[in-house]
Write a protein that binds this ligand. Structure first.
Ligand code: FAD
Length: 553
């Protein structure tokens, strides 16, 4: 059954999940859980998914936001993985071209750096072949003069040359939401702010879960043939709850990103550069900002909302100032930041950066399946492996003809352009239909970069609002239209869902946001029927987030 992914369906979804036994209950609404929900629902299984925070509030909105081609795996000699991630990248570009965008990446080669000239040339060439990189996107090696010409602010005394190659940029949270919306269109029942609190057993086997609806403060029992623990950094906590511990355990490492205004760190393309301690970090320009990351440090603190510390900040600022001596970034330049936790599988004796990024599936005696590790880039393949495993078990119990995985053919919500290069024409058409309300092409392009073909729904709402209230500023009406769309079709429940994970404004458009969030809270009050104290609660919660993004301990 096709369902809309609306806030107004959220409670009904929970009631439906509780009403009859599911085939699969997925715990965790990050990219791993979202991918599993889509894979299973598209094969005709009855699927439910519960997420204790907002969808993607864990690691899946806190990454470097790249669909990697796997260069790092090549250095580790893992040829098979390079080929797989290269193929996955091509599939994602085809199925979600509005949020998976080719990005030119500069790799400066420096004295005593990670990559040598000859090795890089061969390595990038092999990478192009293995990852199936298109001819026009293949690597180009540069002399030190050419590298300098491209990025004049790079330090010159250690520069030996450079390599230009293609990475793909995404918005992790938007990708996560588009996958969930697509899963829901195949019938998956999803609810955010719903925590799996306890497992239910029969004959020592897990047969369901007790869940708590945090918004309505109520509890349900959900029964399923199979429960999948896709809780990323929380995987071990949940395994502990179900006495499903395994000899392997997670090793959490924290990665921090800082955002600075583009004018303070102007780059002509993204760059992946050496740091004085032997690590490498990214700096990625995006509209009016540049973001820098990441750190990689052991983490043992509270998993929800990891904090950026002064030490993290100074590490990244020093790294930029070392490689770009004229830039001279200081803490005052920071416009926003985020920290995320990598749910890696512990390997004895290995340092944080040496631990493999591969995913693993743990199968407990009680029947719980847990999946951890991996990358955003490989979510589709991870999902396929898990659902294949579940189906193998189901086949022992029945003779139903289960479909094979076909998510490589499923276009994600908003991605239904016949070709990625059709996007400029799509923007032009919308402009022609909406220019009478004063909208410009830049505004449309910005909406398309988040919502793809669903932009038409937002523009329709804006047209309607404009006809009703001619007095408001267009920019604000557009924001209200966007809010209405994300409530009705992306299950937004509060200010933070909207400004952090549906639109990324807290990271990338902070100056505009300061002017609008209070106005928008009034619109939300009307939409959700909040009383004054409920509104103030959500405003307070969001202001804490705003504060934490620029204040560090
Ligand atoms: P999460 O996104 O953390 O999702 C798990 C969810 O489970 C959470 O939302 C949590 O709230 C929920 N949950 C926990 N307990 C419960 C419960 N009891 N009931 C209900 N819900 C529960 N990968 C790339 O491909 N490209 C990159 O550029 C990249 N950069 C990265 C940079 C950093 C700094 C980090 C940390 C990771 C990066 N990764 C990258 C890796 C990628 O982000 C992760 O592999 C991926 O996001 C993990 O997703 P997940 O769904 O497994 O976990």
């Amino acid at each position: 059954m096709r369902r809309s992914f609306s806030y107004f369906n959220r409670s009904d979804n929970l009631i439906e999940m509780a009403k009859a036994k599911l085939d699969i209950l997925v715990i965790g609404g990050g990219i791993t859980g979202a991918g599993i929900a889509l894979d299973a629902a598209s094969r005709g299984l009855r699927v439910g998914l519960v997420e204790k925070q907002d969808f993607c509030a864990g690691t899946s909105s806190r990454s470097t936001k790249l669909i990697h081609g796997g260069l790092r795996y090549l250095k580790q000699g893992d040829v098979k993985l390079v080929r797989e991630v290269g193929q996955e990248r091509a599939i994602l570009y085809r199925n979600a071209p509005h949020i998976v965008i080719p990005e030119r990446m500069l790799l400066p080669l420096v004295k005593r750096g990670t990559y040598g000239k000859f090795g890089t040339s061969i390595g990038l060439w092999v990478y192009d072949i293995l990852a199936g990189v298109k001819k026009e996107e293949r690597r180009r090696m540069l002399t030190s003069e050419e590298t300098e010409r491209i990025e004049g602010a790079l330090r010159k005394d250690i520069l030996k040359g450079g390599g230009l190659y293609i990475e793909y940029r995404t918005d992790d949270a938007r990708l996560n939401i588009e996958v969930l919306k697509t899963a829901s269109s195949y019938g998956a029942l999803c609810a955010n702010y719903t925590e799996a609190t306890q497992f239910l057993y029969k004959d020592n086997k897990i047969i369901g879960c007790k869940v708590k609806d945090i918004i309505n403060n109520s509890s349900f029992e959900i029964h399923a043939r199979k429960i999948i623990n896709a809780t990323g950094p929380w995987v071990d906590q949940l395994r502990k709850k179900g006495n499903c511990e395994h000899k392997k355990r997670l090793h959490l490492t924290k990665g921090v990103h800082l955002v600075v205004p583009y004018q303070r760190f102007p780059l002509s393309q993204a760059i992946y550069f050496d740091v004085y301690d032997g690590r490498m970090i990214f700096a990625i320009p995006r509209d009016d900002i540049t973001y820098i990351g990441t750190t990689d440090t052991d983490y043992n603190g509270v998993i929800e909302n990891p904090k950026v510390t002064k030490e993290d900040v100074h590490y990244l600022l020093d790294a930029v100032n070392y490689m770009f001596p004229q830039i001279k970034l200081t803490e005052k330049d920071i416009a926003s930041s985020w920290a995320g936790l990598r749910p890696l599988i512990h390997e004895e004796g290995k340092s944080t950066s040496e631990i493999s990024r591969k995913d693993e599936i743990f199968h407990s005696i009680s029947g719980l399946i847990s999946i951890a590790g991996g990358k955003l880039t490989g979510y589709r393949k991870m999902a396929e492996r898990v659902v294949d495993l579940v189906i193998e078990e189901f086949k022992k119990e029945d003779d139903y003809k289960y479909k094979p995985c076909y998510t490589d053919k499923i276009v994600l919500s908003g991605g239904d352009f016949s070709l990625p290069n059709e996007i400029p024409k799509f923007i032009e058409n919308i402009y022609e239909s909406a220019k009478s309300i004063g909208i410009n092409k830049k505004q449309i392009a910005s909406i398309v970069s988040k919502y793809g073909t669903n932009t038409t729904k937002i523009i329709d709402k804006a047209n309607q609002l404009f006809a009703e209230v001619k007095t408001h500023q267009l920019e604000f009406l557009l924001l209200v239209a966007e809010l209405q769309y994300t409530v009705e079709e992306e299950m937004v429940t509060n200010l933070s869902d909207f400004f952090s994970r549906r639109t990324g404004r807290i990271f990338f458009e902070r100056p505009n946001l300061e002017k609008t969030y209070l106005l928008l809270s009034e619109e939300m009050k009307k939409l959700y029927n909040w009383n004054e104290s409920q509104k103030n609660y959500y405003v307070g919660q969001f202001e804490n987030e705003l504060f934490a993004a620029v204040n560090f301990d």
